[in-house]
Design a protein around this ligand. Structure first.
Ligand code: IMP
Length: 212
């Protein structure tokens, strides 16, 4: 498995047919389905195939995206697409970054996004006002084929963090992320507006240009 940015690779086209969305995160699956809709792809989620959720043991977005896509492709015999994403806050040296989902973990093993947003806000307050509130979302999409071939696509969305959380659409940290050039949080945009500017849409645009 690669641990660093894999660099330019050979590009393989994706033929119409079944594609596993290697994620158990319903918010991500919903967004990826909407993004795939125009391309003659039949998305099937890891949950529908009853595939296990692998431990995200990688230390980069690339490594974690690859391990999720690789496992789903190996187990299903189909091409598989995985997303590893997270929120990187400048004042926190890029945290929570690759550990974004872990910041939401509760003692009983469930995930609480209000708690996660509160932790980020507390860390920002501790860093002081001069540290600023700039942040960006990163999304790395990995597309793996059963024969071992893999491609990666990276996207970003720049913005700032606001407090308190606002809006009810979306998932995860959407209620505190205000994209550059807007005053609304991601959770106050309608899905089509978010899809036009999000880190996932940015990565997806690169995937579409390369593989369709
Ligand atoms: P992972 O990629 O499964 O490790 O999880 C990344 C976490 O980052 C998600 O569970 C979300 O909380 C957060 N995240 C990723 N993309 C978004 C987004 O578009 N909006 C809000 N939160 C996001």
């Amino acid at each position: 498995m690669s641990l660093e940015f894999p660099g330019p690779q050979a590009v393989r086209k994706l033929k119409p047919g079944k594609l596993v969305i290697a994620s158990h995160n319903e918010g991500k699956v919903r967004e990826i389905r909407a993004l795939l809709e125009p391309f003659g792809i039949e998305p099937v989620s890891a949950k529908e195939l009853d595939l296990p959720e692998p431990d995200e043991t990688g230390t980069t977005f690339f490594a974690n995206a690859e391990l999720k896509a690789r496992q789903a492709a190996d187990l299903s015999g189909l091409p598989a697409l995985a997303d590893d994403s997270g929120l990187c806050v400048d004042a926190l040296g890029g945290d929570p970054g690759v550990r974004t989902a872990n910041w939401a973990e509760t003692p009983d093993g469930s995930r609480d996004w209000t708690l996660a947003m509160r932790k980020v806000e507390d860390a920002l307050q501790a860093a002081g006002p001069e540290a600023g509130r700039d942040a960006h979302f990163v999304c790395v999409l990995a597309l793996a084929w059963p024969d071992g071939h893999v491609e990666w696509f990276e996207g970003r969305a720049e913005g700032t963090l606001s407090w308190p959380p606002r809006g009810t659409v979306g998932f995860g940290y959407d209620p505190v992320f205000v994209p550059l050039g807007d005053t609304r949080t991601f959770a106050e945009l309608d899905p089509a507006e978010k899809h036009a500017i999000s880190h996932r849409a940015d990565a997806f645009g690169k995937l579409v240009a390369a593989v369709f």
